[in-house]
Design a protein around this ligand. Structure first.
Ligand code: MF3
Ligand code: CO
Length: 289
């Protein structure tokens, strides 16, 4: 869509287009003409949308804090699901996974060799030595947010602890690689380099994603790759970074019975942390964590 210079800007600032996003749009057009991959307007968030996503993220962060306060040895992952579900509903929000493409629960709980999308169950009881990822996503007022954290139960082995720590460092390095007008694949390159340094591998079949108006939007955020490639990142983009780091190979298998749970193929441990970030004029803001 083209805007007249004297129209109000598409971003909802209330300012004339010529004083607002015209330079931004022209810069994108120039980059595109030079052969760079640029984001479509539809995934560049307006101020109002960013507020909406932040309000959703506030609830999402609070849910994860609640899980952190309550998670303990002897508890079932079903109990985590109930905690997440009831708190989210009490805030007037909706757990984004519930019913999403048939997913049956309000949270993903992925334990030990589970990579992601583990389904809470009364039969899965947390025991000392377990590591697990709790992945929470929320819809509030139509806006989506998404984050996940690792938890270590009781006495955890040196090896498991190291994997959990290094996977968090991978996330932090991925986030540090985000620069306004930089390249998307710089994120994956930074993550892959750090994982490799520690002898770990990076899952390829799943990645981060744009988020906000829908659960999964463009772009797909690969957690491996080469610097200087992929979509140009611009202010107003909101996406998750959520590297899944395996102790062994990056190959995965999906459970044939539930069709959801993703395991490492070799049975090695896997660890994941996820934040949602906003690209700003000068850098980034972490929206959910
Ligand atoms: N939070 C997960 C993600 O990052 C949710 C996957 S969809 C589900 O995309 F249905 F598996 F939960
Ligand atoms: Co996600």
């Amino acid at each position: 869509m083209n805007f007249n210079r004297n129209d109000l800007c598409w971003c909802g600032s209330g300012i004339k287009y010529k004083k607002c996003h015209i330079e931004f749009d022209e810069k994108l057009k120039r980059l595109e003409a030079q052969g760079f991959q640029v984001p479509p307007r539809s995934i560049i968030k307006t101020k109002e949308q960013i507020e909406g996503i932040k309000n959703s993220a506030k609830i999402n962060n609070a849910v994860l804090d609640l899980v952190a306060q309550n998670i303990k040895e002897g508890m079932s992952t079903e109990e985590i699901d109930k905690l997440v579900h009831d708190y989210t509903i009490a805030q007037g929000a909706i757990p984004a996974t519930l019913g999403f493409e048939g997913y049956p629960k309000s949270v993903c709980t992925s334990i030990n060799d589970e990579v992601c999308h583990g389904i809470p169950s009364e039969h899965i009881i947390l025991k000392s030595g377990d590591i697990l990822n709790v992945d929470v996503s929320t819809i509030f007022n139509g806006y989506y947010s998404d984050a996940s954290r690792m938890f270590m139960i009781g006495e955890v082995s040196q090896e498991a602890r190291k994997l959990v720590e290094v996977s968090k460092e991978c996330l932090d390095k991925g986030i540090a690689a985000v620069k306004p007008w930089g390249f998307l694949d710089d994120i994956g390159a930074a993550i892959q380099e750090h994982a490799k340094k520690h002898g770990y591998s990076v899952v390829r079949d799943f990645g981060g994603h744009g988020i906000g108006l829908e659960f999964h939007e463009e772009p797909f955020v690969a957690h491996y790759g080469k610097k200087g490639q992929g979509m140009i990142l611009v202010p107003g983009m909101v996406f998750t970074i959520e590297p899944m780091i395996n102790e062994g190979s990056y190959e995965i298998v999906i459970d044939a019975d539930d069709d959801w749970t993703v395991f490492t193929e070799d049975g090695s441990l896997s660890s994941q942390w996820e934040h949602t970030i906003l690209v700003t004029e000068n850098g980034i803001e972490i929206i959910s964590k």
